[in-house]
Structure formats: C-alpha cells, structure tokens
Design a protein around this ligand. Structure first.
Ligand code: PMP
Length: 422
C-alpha cells in the first residue's frame, strides 16, 4: 500500500527522521509496523502524564462512548464537564481554588494562551505584556508575540534567570537578583518609556527554551512586583503541569498564586483540551466575547478527569520529584564528564541535557541535539565527541537585542532530552 504521508506538508517536524510507523502503544512503549518495540521519548510532546493508553484513561473514554453522551457539547454544561471541573479544582493552588473561574479555550495550548492575553488586556484596558527571553507560548500570532525566539518580536526581552548561561555572567541567586532588578527598573524608571502593561506571562520552568527552571525566589519576586503594580500574572503551565516537575503545578514549588493559569497538554489525558483558570474578578468577558468551536470535547474532558484524579490519588507528582532527582544524579554521573555536555538540569522529571561544542567554550552545539535524539543518537554521543571535562565560563553580558533577534539557542538547537516537551 502506498504510504499517504508523503503527501503531508514539509512542515511536519516531530520525529521526522525517525523510521518508525507507530501502530500500537502502551505505557512507555510504541510498537512499529515492523513489529519492533520502541521506548517512546517523545511522550506525545508532554501530553502523556500516564503514558500511552493507560487503563483508567481508556475506561473513562469508553464510558463516555458507551453512555451515548454527545461527544461535542460546545459551551453546554454536562455531567462529564462538571466532573472535569470538580477534579481540576481539587488540584489548584489553594490561593486560586477558592476564587477561580475556568474557561475552556479550544484544543491547543496556544488557544489558551491567546485567551489569557485577551483576558488581561480586556480586564486592565491596557495592551503591552511583559515576557521573557527563551519563552515559548505557542504558534498563533499573540502567543508568538510573547515568545522569545521569534526574531521579529520585541516583546520577549526581559532576562529569564539561569545559571549555566546566565545573561549577567554570574548565575545563582545573584544572577536571579540582577534579572529581577532589570524587570523592576524597566517598570519603575520613567526613562524606560514602558507604559504599565496589561500583564506578565512566564513559564515556571521554560520548556522549549531549554528546560530552564526559574528559581523560586525569582518567581516570588515577580509575583510581588506584579501584585504591587496591579499587573495580572499569567503562569503558562501548558508543559509543566500535572505533576511533571515534582509538584502538581510547577508554581506550587514557590507557593505563588498566579492570576491566570494556562493549562493544556496532559490535562486532556492525551486528547486535545486547553483551559485557563483565573481569579474571578478578572472575569470581565461579555457573553460571546471569546468563543471557539472545539471547546466541548467530552472525550478529552473524561480522559482529563481520569488523568488528574489518578495523578492526585497516587501521589505521582511526588514520585516524579523523587525519580527526577535520581535520573538527574545518574545523568550527571554518566554524562557530566563528556566534553559535549554543558549541563544536566531540570525539575522533577522535566529534565534537559544541554549539548555544547566540545572545545570548552560553552557554545551551543547547533544541530547536535537533533542528531543525538534522532537515528543513531547513541552512536553520535559515543563517536562524535571525545570525553573530557567541559570547560567553564564564557558568559557574556546580558544583551536583550541578541535574545530578541533569535540568536539565543532553543531546545531544538542544543538538545533537551528526554524530549517530553514540544
Ligand atoms: N506553552 C508552552 C509552555 C508550551 O510548551 C507549548 C507547547 N510546547 C504551548 C504553550 C503551545 O501548546 P500547543 O502546541 O498545544 O499549541
């Protein structure tokens, strides 16, 4: 039979070079049409909190199918939707749970980001949004405008703190302090010319930017800074949510309460679902102000309810924290000495291995990431680079124009593995 995928657009990217035709999947494993079994490191781009085809997810989906319930219900209230909202609210940060509204936004994370941006703009009557270097929020126009990699975008220029490639060259708490002060002075210095923004959007752990966990103190500082100036804080947990970082939501580590939480990927139990949860006093929508066709997918809600409940009841977030610490320890022991490995970092089971040029310059190894995770990855690591200590220190001063111009490397450039994001 002629494979029709040859007719698919060349925009197809995930696993493009992998010679696998998946026909069955269970847990961590995918079975190819060739009968071979593969360990799935793509993890549905972070949608598979319980792995492929977990029995509780399948049972929940079957139950909806067998009950004869409508599969698409638009904005109507249903028992399936009620169950999802009830379970979601059980998991929310306590400061938000008591006074939150939820809005179903459409199938994708980027839809929820658009809704969040529109909500804070509508609620404040202001327009600008503060965003950070290396940020990734989606592929639609508004989400791209607050993402860090797009060269044409001027918005996402505030320094996101990181140790290994600290924009100020110092790392640690001092680097985070300088990053926080940069943002504060932008808002407080009249000469900066930056009007009071409609919101700030951040990822508690940047995923696509290279698996960069934000320090808890910096997050608390951003929370104080925005609260003091009545700027709504949007936490994008599309990739970090549902236990992956060792807490149910990554903001739980720092204890901050965002004004808007953006959720997708794993909340649908591998089916398409995206919501925003936000402080009720921000609920300024007029009826019809924000609509969309695919907001009532009952299969996704049922799969999501089962997933959220299973993660909560079985303490899977804590487990991800414990396992993540062990995985990182082992990765550091096994890979830390390789000249091509700049840093192993992460939070919980959201872990990245940064690949750099082996000369000890800390220059990102462009292309090496995709080569390493693609066909022959192990061979690549074995033979391409000699082992030896990685060099230290080639930290440049913070240059936001470099970041905004797209010269900052992204995860796809220097290889975040295992590649649970996407
Ligand atoms: N926000 C974050 C933090 C993400 O990681 C992603 C997807 N990688 C998105 C938003 C966009 O989600 P989607 O691809 O479902 O539109």
């Amino acid at each position: 039979m002629r494979r029709q995928s040859a007719r698919e657009s060349s925009a197809r990217t995930y696993a493009r070079t992998l010679p696998i035709v998946p026909v069955r999947a269970r847990g961590l494993t995918i079975e190819g049409a060739d009968g071979r079994r593969y360990l799935d490191c793509l993890s549905g781009a972070g949608t598979l909190a319980l792995g492929h085809n977990h029995p509780v997810v399948l049972a929940a989906v079957r139950q909806v199918l067998d009950s004869g319930a409508p599969l698409s219900v638009l904005d109507l209230a249903t028992p399936v939707k009620d169950a999802f909202i009830t379970e979601l609210f059980r998991t929310l940060p306590p400061g938000l749970a008591g006074r939150a509204r939820v809005q179903f936004c459409g199938p994708a994370g980027t839809d929820a980001v658009e809704a969040a941006l529109k909500l804070v703009r509508t609620a404040t009557g202001r327009s600008g949004v503060l965003a950070f270097t290396g940020a990734y929020h989606g592929m639609t126009a508004g989400a791209l405008a607050v993402s860090g990699g797009a060269p044409e975008v001027q918005a996402a220029r505030l320094p996101y703190p990181q140790d290994y490639r600290c924009p100020f060259g110092v790392g640690g708490p001092r680097g985070a302090e300088l990053a926080a002060r940069w943002t504060e002075s932008l808002l407080d210095d009249p000469k900066s010319g930056v009007p009071l923004p409609a919101g700030m959007i951040l990822e508690p752990v940047q995923g696509e930017g290279g698996v960069l966990p934000a320090p808890d103190d910096w997050l608390r500082r951003m929370r104080r800074l925005t609260a003091d100036r009545a700027i709504p804080l949007i936490a994008d947990e599309v990739q970090t949510g549902v236990g992956r970082t060792g807490a149910f939501w990554a903001v739980d580590h720092s204890g901050i309460t965002p004004d808007v939480l953006v959720l997708s990927k794993a909340i649908g139990g591998s089916l398409p679902l995206a919501v925003i949860v936000y402080r009720d006093d921000l609920d300024v929508w007029q009826p019809g102000a924000h609509a969309g066709t695919f907001r009532g997918n009952q299969l996704a809600m049922a799969a999501g309810t089962a997933t959220l409940a299973y993660v909560r009841e079985n303490g899977l977030a804590e487990r991800a924290g414990r396992l993540g610490a062990r995985v990182m320890e082992q990765l550091r022991a096994d890979l830390g000495g390789l000249a091509c490995v700049g840093e192993v970092r992460g939070r919980g089971l959201m872990i990245g291995v940064e690949l750099v040029e082996p000369e000890g310059t800390e220059e990102p190894a462009f292309g090496a990431g995709s080569a390493a995770v693609g066909r022959g990855g192990a061979e690549f690591l074995d033979h391409r680079f000699a082992t030896g200590p990685s060099g230290d220190g080639a930290h440049g001063a913070y240059d936001p124009s470099a970041a905004a111009s797209g010269r900052k490397p992204g995860a796809h450039d220097f290889g975040a593995a295992p590649s649970g994001g996407g």
